[in-house]
Design a protein around this ligand. Structure first.
Ligand SMILES: C[S@@+](CC[C@H](N)C(=O)[O-])C[C@H]1O[C@@H](n2cnc3c(N)ncnc32)[C@H](O)[C@@H]1O
Length: 259
């Protein structure tokens, strides 16, 4: 996959591409990252990329011309992929979007700064707007890095064990991942669950599934509506819901008696 990034801060991406999964994807030639700085396309002596907003008000707005030229330069290496503007007003980025972007051969990510970019550039050159969450960052670079990271680990062969993607949160069955443990077996009096040391793969699989179901029900019950769960899973979820109600009733009863 070829990713072009339009950014006033290319150095951030140089550092970023030297570590972890992104570096690995690049080494395996599954990913090529190309940054273009709109400042290099500014035509005045001060290399101006922003200006005051029409209508007044605080802050600066990124100008159309340097950004447009930078996007055009990016598209020379990524001609067919979508041009995505990272924006708090965009569609919320999630695992499903990461999976669908990972199927693209290329894309251009446009990072805004200041108050954002001139609306006319969005109308003319942006295919979609993507947000990494309901909060405002000072620039699109960290949002672009989220997208690049989530996408590059899905590229073929980048993760050593493709199964580990399948068990990740939001993936495959749409549940949260089960908890993980490693050596030593005991830390500050907390022991690894016995089942994980049993060597019984059937029991381990079942325990992990039940943990994933429990976590999803406790932390993100909204995910269960679209999760790929069967009758056995549903029966387990019902059992833990009833158990929770029973414990809550017992707690209330104890509080009443203690009064
Ligand atoms: C200070 S923000 C501008 C916010 C804009 N005035 C608004 O309220 O919609 C500067 C840049 O950071 C990026 N950005 C901020 N929050 C973001 C988010 N949640 N997701 C993706 N990009 C974001 C965008 O590229 C944006 O142009």
């Amino acid at each position: 996959m070829e990713i072009g990034v339009v950014t006033l801060f290319p150095a951030l991406f140089e550092a970023y591409s030297e570590v972890g999964m992104v570096r690995k994807a690049m080494q395996q030639q599954q990913l090529a990252l190309n940054t273009v700085n709109p400042r290099d396309y500014a035509t005045d002596t001060h290399r101006t990329v922003d200006d005051r907003p029409f209508g007044g008000g605080p802050g600066m707005v990124m100008k159309v011309e340097p950004l447009q030229a930078a996007i055009k330069a990016c598209k020379q290496t990524t001609p067919n992929g979508p041009v995505i503007y990272l924006s708090p007003q965009g569609q919320r980025f999630d695992q499903a979007m990461a999976e669908s972007l990972a199927e693209q051969a290329s894309m251009v990510l446009v990072c805004g700064r200041y108050e954002g970019i001139d609306e006319r550039l969005i109308e003319m050159d942006i295919d979609r707007e993507v947000s990494v969450g309901d909060y405002v960052l000072s620039g699109g670079e960290t949002a672009a890095m989220c997208v690049i990271d989530a996408v590059s680990r899905l590229l073929p062969g980048v993760l050593g064990d493709a199964e580990s993607v399948q068990q990740d949160s939001f993936t495959a069955d749409g549940l949260l991942d089960h908890p993980h443990y490693t050596r030593p077996e005991s830390v500050a009096g907390r022991d690894v669950p016995e089942v994980l040391l049993s060597g019984d793969h059937q029991r381990i699989r079942q325990w992990r599934r039940q943990q994933a179901l429990t976590r999803t029900q406790e932390r993100r019950p909204d995910l269960l509506a679209d999760a790929n769960i069967d009758e056995q899973d549903r029966a387990f979820l019902k059992k833990i819901r009833l158990e929770k109600i029973r414990l809550e009733k017992a707690r209330l009863e104890k509080a009443r008696l203690d009064k």
